[in-house]
Design a protein around this ligand. Sequence first.
Ligand code: DGL
Length: 251
Amino acid sequence: MQSIVFFDSGVGGLTVLKDAMRILPNESYVYYSDGENNPYGIKSSDEIKLLVTDAVKFITDAVDLKALVLACNTATSVVVHELRQNYEFPIIGMEPAVKPAAELCDKSRILVCATERTLREEKLERLISGLMIQDRITKLSLQGLVSYAESGIFYDDSVMNYLNEKFKNFEWDKYTAVVLGCTHFIYFKEQISFLIPDEVKVLDGNWGTVQRLKQLIVENKEVGATALKFYESKNPRSLNTIKPYLDYLEI
Ligand code: DGL
C-alpha cells in the first residue's frame, strides 16, 4: 500500500497528521521529522532548501509515496515550488490562515505569528499583498515556541512568561485574529487563547491542508487499515520516540 508522508523539521507536523488521521482514517502514514536539523526557522533559505531536498530524495527512495505533505510552514515557504517541479506525486504545503482571518472582518488587524524565516519569505508577502491587506498585518516571530515543543514543554510557567512577554505591547481591541503560521505553534493554541481576549480568534492552516490532501488523493476505503511509521533524519525509529506527542494530541 502506498503511504502519505508527513514532513516537518520536528514534531510540529504531528499536529497536521492528527487531523489527517481523523479525516482519512484508512491510509498508511509515514511521519518524517528532520529532528537532527531542527529548528529550520533560524536557518537561511539555501540551507533549508538543501536539507529538505536531500530528505525528500531519501524519502522517495525509502517509501512508495501516495502524497507528500510538507507539514511545515517554513519548508513550504522556501521549497514547495521547486519540489513540485521535480516530482509527480501530489505535494501539499501549509498556508498561514491569513485569508480566513481577513474574511472575519474587513477592517481590524491580524497578527501573523510564524518562524523567523517564514516571516521573511516572499511567499507570505505575496499572500498578504494578493489580498491587499498589507496595512492590517502585524508580524510576530514566536520562534522560541519551536524549542519548547521539541522539549515537550507545553504548560510550564516559562512558556506562559515567554508568551506574555511577546504579547505585552499589543492593543488587542484593534485585532480580530491571530494566525498561527507554524505547525509547532498548534501545541500552544490553548495557552495563546488564554492570554488574549475571547473576541480575538486563533486560526491555523491545518484543516485547509488536510482538505487539500483529501482532494488530491484517491482515498483508501478499506476500514481499519491505518498504519504509521516514523523516521527521524533518515533513521527509522520506533513510535515510542514520539509517543508523548501522540498521546498529547490523542492520536
Ligand atoms: N514546524 C515548522 C513550521 O511550521 C518549523 C519550525 C522550525 O523548525 O523552526 O514552520
